[in-house]
Design a protein around this ligand. Structure first.
Ligand code: NAG
Ligand code: NAG
Ligand code: NAG
Length: 472
């Protein structure tokens, strides 16, 4: 009986070989989006220290901010820089502008001890349906020009151009029937063929939160990763979460145009913690932890079993208090960290350090607040509140927000204080025609709506109005 034995042994050897190959090849990277539309920014060096402390080795940016790039010098962190949609027009029509962009924003940092730039994002969701096609015609010519510029700079084999697309670029009720939007079919075929010949992945942003937010029929448990009573059956495949369903809709759309094997990177994925019903710490933690565990399990999806996305970039590193709230009040609350680099909830990124570590040595303003005087005449104050909130961030007061129930006076004080902190506690900014006053007593009220929220208090959950601000 020697034969079966030796056969067994060689099968085991092959299995070990395959295992060690897949362990090095198929491991997904977990990165973060570093947006900088904040009212109070942390210094880039503090942020880079925070990334390092958390062993985050991949960051994606929306532009090529020189201060941020300087902060990343020598860190070894892999970087995706971005070209805003507004710049696509000039880069698409001018090879010189494209060369200059690459020179100033890429080549200048590709030196010893420089920045490890690996990707350039050409536009950000340029095909988003709400843009009504305004950037569409620039994308391919900009991509071609930039590819030439990278080649001239001898960087074409090292730095890949990508075009992050919103998941609204494709559609279908069942994943296997996925197809790009009819008006994008031609441009997507062209785009994907260029990406493929450059060895670039397809980058997609997937947001189950937005599906839930925008659709009252959307089954809530299908947005998460804990099992669902609303599984979607698609021929032989069963989908237990919206992320997999969405991802496979893209896989099917790519297959339909002949690129079913194209590597996919998830450029943005996450869950906000405030500003809408369903945006809270418990849900964000459940979604992000569920997602990370799912990705790192290497299970993949029904159409790509054992083949999870190449990389995912969580959206987002920080809350960004100056972002447009056109999409909704939740838009300023996507961070896994608050604006000052404090973890909002315990999260294990699977990078070997356990739960998130906070930013160190953050400088705060003194503990002072601006509140409405006790005697305040409510009718006189409406206009002040409106103006204060048009500069400062008051989105936690909104319906579904964490401070929605603090009452009329609470609302006013919150607005006054947000504006006062934004103005770096300039005493004139607390005047409000004599209706405001500075206090040294912490006015915040912590509202615990669930036992889980209460448990999070042990994790130093602070009411946003309690936080002092970070001077720039
Ligand atoms: C480099 O990127 C920055 C930030 O996105 C932008 O403002 C600047 O115009 C770019 N430089 C060139 C030469 O295009
Ligand atoms: C948090 O959001 C989830 C859905 O996203 C919801 O089921 C839950 O009730 C919310 N929790 C609180 C305390 O509002
Ligand atoms: C406080 O402001 C929010 C947001 O405008 C509003 O929804 C809420 O009803 C206000 N509270 C009171 C008691 O007026």
């Amino acid at each position: 009986m020697r034969k079966p034995n030796s056969l067994k042994a060689s099968t085991a050897a092959v299995a070990v070989l395959i295992w060690s190959l897949s362990a090095t090849v198929a491991e997904s990277g977990i990165g973060v989006n570093w947006g900088t539309i904040s009212l109070h920014k942390l210094s880039p060096s503090t942020v880079v220290d925070l990334l390092k402390a958390n062993k985050i080795e991949k960051v994606k940016m929306f532009d090529a901010d020189p201060d941020v790039l300087k902060g990343l010098m020598g860190s070894g962190i892999q970087v995706m820089v971005g070209i805003p949609n507004e710049m696509l027009g000039v880069i698409s029509s001018s090879a010189a502008a494209s060369d200059l962009w690459v020179q100033k924003n890429v080549s200048a940092y590709m030196v010893k001890g420089g920045v490890n730039i690996r990707y350039v994002a050409v536009g950000n969701e340029p095909f988003l349906s709400s843009y009504s096609g305004q950037f569409q015609s620039y994308v391919i010519p900009a991509l071609m020009n930039l590819q030439q510029s990278l080649a001239k700079a001898n960087l074409a084999s090292f730095i890949k151009l990508v075009v992050p697309c919103n998941a609204d670029a494709y559609e279908s009720s069942l994943p296997s029937q996925g197809a790009f939007r009819p008006e994008l079919a031609q441009i997507m075929t062209q785009l994907v063929s260029i990406l493929n010949s450059n060895g670039s992945p397809f980058v997609v942003n997937i947001y189950p939160f937005l599906s839930l937010y925008g659709n009252s029929d959307f089954p809530q448990d299908y947005a998460f990763f804990d099992g669902t009573s609303h599984a979607v059956t698609d021929g032989p495949n069963i989908y237990y979460n919206a992320f997999d369903g969405n991802f496979d809709t893209l896989v099917a759309a790519l297959s339909k145009i002949g690129y079913g094997q194209m590597p996919i990177v998830v450029g943005e994925v996450g869950w906000p913690t405030d500003g809408a019903v369903g945006a809270n710490l418990t849900a964000a933690r459940a979604f992000n932890q569920g997602l990370i565990n799912h990705i790192l399990s290497n299970k993949g999806t029904p159409l790509r079993p054992g083949d999870p996305p190449m990389d995912i970039y969580l959206f987002s590193l920080f809350d960004e208090g100056a972002k447009s709230i056109l999409p909704g009040n939740f838009e300023r609350h996507w961070g896994i960290f608050s604006f000052d680099g404090q973890a909002k909830y315990p999260l294990n990124l699977g990078l070997g350090i356990g739960k998130l570590k906070n930013a160190m040595d953050v400088q705060y303003l003194p503990p002072r607040w601006c509140v409405a005087k006790p005697s305040v005449d409510l009718s006189a104050v409406v206009n002040h509140l409106r103006i204060a909130c048009s500069y400062a961030d008051c989105t936690t007061l909104s319906y579904g927000g964490s401070c929605n129930a603090i009452g009329v006076k609470g609302n006013i004080s919150y607005a006054f204080n947000s504006y006062y902190q934004l103005q770096n506690q300039d005493s004139k900014s607390c005047n409000f025609d004599g209706l405001g006053m500075v206090t040294f007593l912490d006015p915040s009220i912590v509202l615990y709506s669930t036992a889980e929220d209460l448990a999070m208090d042990q994790f130093e959950l602070q009411h946003p109005s309690l936080q002092h601000t970070v001077p720039q």
